[in-house]
Design a protein around this ligand. Sequence first.
Ligand SMILES: [Zn+2]
Length: 261
Amino acid sequence: MDTVIRMNRRQILTGLASGSVVAFAPGCVENPTLGRSQLILVSEEQIAQLSAQAWQQSLQRERVSRDPALNAQLQRVGRRIAQASGLGYDWEFVVFDSDQENAWVLPGGKVAFYRGIMETMENDDQVATVMGHEAAHLAGRHAAERASQQQAAGIGLGLAAVALDAGDVENTAQWAAILGAGVTFGVLLPYSRRHELEADRFGVDYMVRAGYDPREALDFWTSKAAQRTGRPSVPEFASTHPSDETRIAALREYLVARNYI
Ligand SMILES: [Zn+2]
């Protein structure tokens, strides 16, 4: 995630200014995927521009893995999930050669998985678990919604809003450091937890549509939770992510409701 926050304020403002010529009516819009309305104050063009810059910077800063097996696996799963999502982006799937257990997505279909997280995945279905989750963030327009919430909260459009999921699995405290703590806890974090739970649900739908086994999603998140047991953790109220228990319980409930298990 720190790859994405290095863009300076001037670059952000320049990006926004150049996007401002596009006709755009901000406000509450219905998202048919989510079945709820969203406050969207930023245009697709604004988000796309920030996203493209952040992606280029990440490719320059991180070491891209050339491991043939990991790359083949990520491409294979990525293509299937992308197709299942129906999102017609110019998708890119890149493995970063780092021990971090992390994965994230930028609007426009730019997906990064770190070697560290891929090495904990036992099969394609588990890769598809996280891939589906990332694609669901895009379908949910979570970046635009988060950016809009930041604007509404008077924070301004920061890069924290653009990269999603840096720290899907690890690293929960960073958002709080980037954003003002009061506003963060009061306004933004509940939405971030909501985003995570939404992404889990719709991500599993993509998995199933792509022919993967949704039970692996439960196994994956459960094993992640087990690894964390005993480590100091951020309390749920102070985290951008739901607690493991909340997340796993919600996922299990959804799998049952959809007759996936
Ligand atoms: Zn997420």
